[in-house]
Design a protein around this ligand. Structure first.
Ligand code: AKG
Length: 293
């Protein structure tokens, strides 16, 4: 008798930020590549952040700002994106950049390989109606030699839902388990892909090794508001030039941790017999810039 393939649809586990322990979240990410966590941000926090970002959202045109062919292909022509979120939103700096669940996951998954981690990018990803789904990719392909079936996870990311994510409005598509594939050239079949359908305030936490993409927004006029936040090893070059997007006077108002995450502090690996990187006049950034004089 022929053995029928099982028709189990792929899915992502759902946890709650108010009850799940960091170890539990990490264990699910290690197993599936990603996990949906409800109640990462309160509705009030989301509303305040969207308000702080409203003028940039309105001013940002849909589609890439350059005619770079790959950027165009990657973004999709119906997506609005912008960064510099620490400069533009106090709520982002206080509630997202240093979110305790994300820092807990990044501590567990990245710290074994670095003295500290920093922000890769904080990025609004607003999927507008009438586009195609983005192509499936692994975010850590930004660093190809770091992203192979045998290399450790170098990136922890979260896609926050700043509006409800639905199958129709372009909830992120994910191929659970694809971080464990032995062949990273293999493409995901449609029946291996699920969508991160989740209510506003949730986050889909995932590693840079799992295949995913933005879904197509098939609604008539409903924008899907996503916010991507990711961290990488402190010795790896991030996608976003974090400190260049934040003025010195703004950076001075931030905590030491916030400063470090956006590159206003050096990377100090002396406790691991490594060096100090990202210095100014061989000093930590604030000292090198003369902030304390
Ligand atoms: O917007 C999304 O849901 C995912 C986008 C994404 O994966 C990316 O641009 O790297």
């Amino acid at each position: 008798m022929a053995v029928q393939s099982s028709a189990i649809k792929p899915s992502l586990a759902v946890l709650d930020a108010n009850t799940a322990h960091i170890d539990e979240i990490v264990a699910v990410i290690e197993r599936d590549g990603g996990v949906i966590v409800h109640n990462m941000l309160s509705p009030q926090t989301v509303a305040t952040m969207l308000d702080e970002l409203a003028s940039t959202t309105a001013e940002t045109k849909t589609g890439p700002k350059t005619d770079h062919a790959f950027v165009n292909y990657f973004w999709g022509e119906k997506t609005k994106r912008f960064t510099r979120l620490v400069q533009r939103s106090q709520t982002f700096a206080d509630e997202v950049l240093v979110h305790p669940v994300l820092l807990g996951v990044a501590d567990a998954m990245l710290k074994p390989h670095c003295a500290s981690y920093w922000m890769n990018t904080g990025q609004m990803m607003i999927v507008m109606p009438d586009g195609k789904p983005q192509y499936m990719h692994r975010d850590s392909d930004d660093w190809p030699t770091m992203n192979t079936p045998t290399t450790p996870v170098c990136q922890v990311s979260c896609m926050f839902a700043l509006s409800d994510f639905t199958a129709e409005n372009g909830a992120t598509r994910v191929a659970p388990g694809s971080h464990l594939w032995s062949d990273y050239k293999r493409e995901a079949d449609e029946d291996e892909i699920t969508q991160a359908v989740m209510p506003l305030g949730s986050g889909m936490i995932y590693t840079g090794k799992v295949l995913h993409s933005a879904g197509a927004n098939k609604t008539a006029n409903e924008a899907r508001f996503g916010l991507h936040m990711s961290y990488i090893y402190g010795w790896l070059t991030p996608e976003e030039a974090g400190c260049l997007g934040v003025t010195e006077s703004r950076a001075k108002t931030l905590s030491a941790l916030q400063q470090r995450l956006i590159g206003y502090r050096c990377y100090d690996a002396s406790d691991l017999n490594g060096g100090r990187l990202w210095t100014v006049d061989y000093e930590d950034v604030p000292t090198g810039l003369g902030w304390n004089q």
